[in-house]
Design a binder for this molecule. Structure first.
Ligand code: IPM
Ligand code: MN
Length: 347
């Protein structure tokens, strides 16, 4: 039987609850699909940091490299470990280390889910650059603690990095409604963002069938709220994409429905799948986290592994559950209730 080796990193807080939920659904989908998912669990998290002084062992990246995919719940427990330490110690090194340069985040309303907008006819795919830009980590601080203190955080945009994420976005647009929105702030950021606009125009020449629009980040943020149905594929830098995908999560009903895939498109290293939400310390261990974003991310993993039919089955199961008004109101249904409903719908 075809077997995929999956690294499971439940992480912190509700990351553990939703990973358990998503894993049950993925296992059930595998059984139906006639393939196997062999999971190896890694305890890397803030608790692990408090025990060992690191979010993962020094050879953590090398350990993960041999897996077919990585599934991650959520990372962060800021009461005990600063977020800048936990995220730069686990999540961000995986995205960068495995060149998962395309962060794919779908935003649409599941049946029965009420978003905050009047509009319900939108289907947006955000493609967020995931390895450089504003998250490059380049910079530093000098004269610390003095009146002359200086902090520098340099955004790095390389031609290779910008071109490949745009090409990836154009390919996605080609498989969808053939519209691509390229996001910058080139009226204010005259180096990096003017460069991004130029590369967009160059790459667009290879995609004459795609309708390209250039938006500034502020304008497209408003458009996602006012006219989300006018958008198809959005391509944005790391930070802009981060912000837009929280708007996307909001208009699709909340972070409980926002799935994501960190993709290494040339498959030279594993890709990673994770819900967009964080560890949610306020509801951790209460058993009320919505597992739908996590299960949807699991479906994205199955699709990436080539198990397209199983992925589609998981998506229809999720949709039939929300259509029955299960998991559609925050806090109403327990994690386990929603998970069991998805499992029942799957079979
Ligand atoms: C996300 C998260 C992360 C990000 C944080 C936790 C570093 O907000 O995946 O959207 O900014 O990428
Ligand atoms: Mn975010």
């Amino acid at each position: 039987m075809k077997t995929y080796n999956i690294a499971l990193i439940p992480g912190d807080g509700i990351g553990k609850d939703v990973t358990g939920a998503a894993w049950q659904v993925m296992q059930a989908a595998a059984k139906r699909g006639g393939f196997a998912l062999d999971g190896t669990r890694f305890p890397w998290s803030c608790a692990y940091y408090l025990e060992t002084g690191a979010m993962m062992p020094p050879d953590g990246i090398e350990t993960l490299r041999k897996f077919d995919a990585i599934y991650l719940g959520a990372v962060g427990w800021s009461a005990e470990v600063p977020d800048s330490v936990s995220l730069h110690g686990l999540l961000l090194p995986i995205r960068k280390g495995f060149t998962q340069y395309a962060n794919i985040r779908p935003h649409r309303l599941l049946p029965g889910v009420q978003g905050p907008l009047r509009s319900d006819g939108f289907d947006i795919l955000c493609i967020r650059e995931n390895t450089e830009g504003e998250y490059s980590g380049a910079g530093g601080r000098i004269h610390c603690g003095t009146a002359n203190e200086v902090a520098i955080e340099t955004a790095i945009f390389t031609r290779a990095g910008v071109e490949r994420i745009l090409r990836f976005g154009f390919e996605q647009a080609r498989a969808r409604r053939k519209k691509l929105a390229s996001v910058t702030k080139s009226n204010a950021q005259k180096h990096s963002m003017v460069f991004w606009d130029e590369v967009t125009r160059e790459v667009a020449k290879d995609y004459a069938d795609i309708e390209v629009s250039h938006y500034h980040i502020d304008a497209i943020a408003a458009r996602m709220v006012l006219a989300p149905e006018s958008l198809d594929v959005i391509v944005a830098s790391n930070l802009f994409g981060d912000i837009l995908t929280d708007i996307g999560a909001a208009i699709q009903g909340g972070l409980g429905y926002a799935a994501s895939a960190n993709i290494n498109p040339d498959r030279s290293a594993p890709s990673m799948f994770e819900p967009v939400h964080g560890s949610a310390p306020d509801i951790a261990h209460l058993g009320v986290a919505n597992p739908i974003a996590a299960i949807w991310s699991g479906a994205m993993m199955l699709e990436h592994l080539g198990e397209v039919h199983a992925a589609a089955e998981v998506m229809s199961a999720i949709e039939s559950v929300t259509a029955q008004a299960i998991g559609t109101i925050a806090g109403k249904d327990r994690t386990e209730t929603i998970t069991q409903a998805v499992l029942a719908a799957l079979s």
